[in-house]
Design a protein around this ligand. Structure first.
Ligand SMILES: [Ca+2]
Ligand SMILES: [Ca+2]
Length: 177
């Protein structure tokens, strides 16, 4: 990807100057970020994601979707640890940008968690989205891959209230530097 910094005169012609690479845009590291590809069935609801239902409910939502025909619906159970996750490979010390779309049930919001699977440490500790409303809104954050880290485990998690509902769609994580 290139960005144009400005225009300049060269031999009397106005030409773009300062073209430089933005960095190694890796494309979306998350597979099936839109939850459009089904899994094998049963507890394997979505391809590429690992589902952990626990005592809550995971549902392939087909009405409340941000794009396509499907989204991820989570209903928290008593132990409020219903979640999906997937691993992706990274280059240490690169900056990654995370964007996903989410909504709550009017009161409760979903959570996410970015885990350094190489070093066994949080990159972003369990964090609520703050998006409780029943309308799609984007959540975005940038984070630095720690030294030595070559594998990240990314989690989307249910609200922290029994019976709380949230939705996720269009998850995108990519290196931006
Ligand atoms: Ca979708
Ligand atoms: Ca799956």
């Amino acid at each position: 990807m290139l960005k144009r910094l400005g225009w300049g005169l060269r031999r009397g012609l106005l030409v773009p100057i300062g073209i430089e690479p933005l960095g190694p845009d890796t494309g979306n590291e998350i597979l099936n970020g839109g939850f459009e590809e089904p899994g094998a069935g049963g507890v394997d609801i979505w391809a590429d994601w690992t589902e952990t239902v626990s005592d809550g409910v995971l549902t392939n939502e087909v009405v409340i979707v941000h794009s396509g025909n499907d989204s991820c619906k989570m209903t928290a159970g008593p132990t409020v640890d219903t979640r999906v996750n997937q691993f992706f490979a990274v280059t240490p010390l690169t900056i990654h940008r995370l964007i996903f779309w989410t909504q709550g049930d009017g009161v409760n919001d979903g959570f996410f968690h970015v885990w350094d699977a190489t070093n066994g440490a949080n990159i972003i500790a369990l964090t609520n989205t703050g998006i409780t409303g029943a309308a799609w809104a984007p959540y975005a954050v940038e984070f630095v891959i720690p030294a030595g880290c070559i594998s990240v485990n990314f989690f989307l998690r249910c609200p922290n209230v029994n019976g709380g509902i949230c939705y996720f769609d269009d998850v995108d994580i990519r290196a931006v530097t």
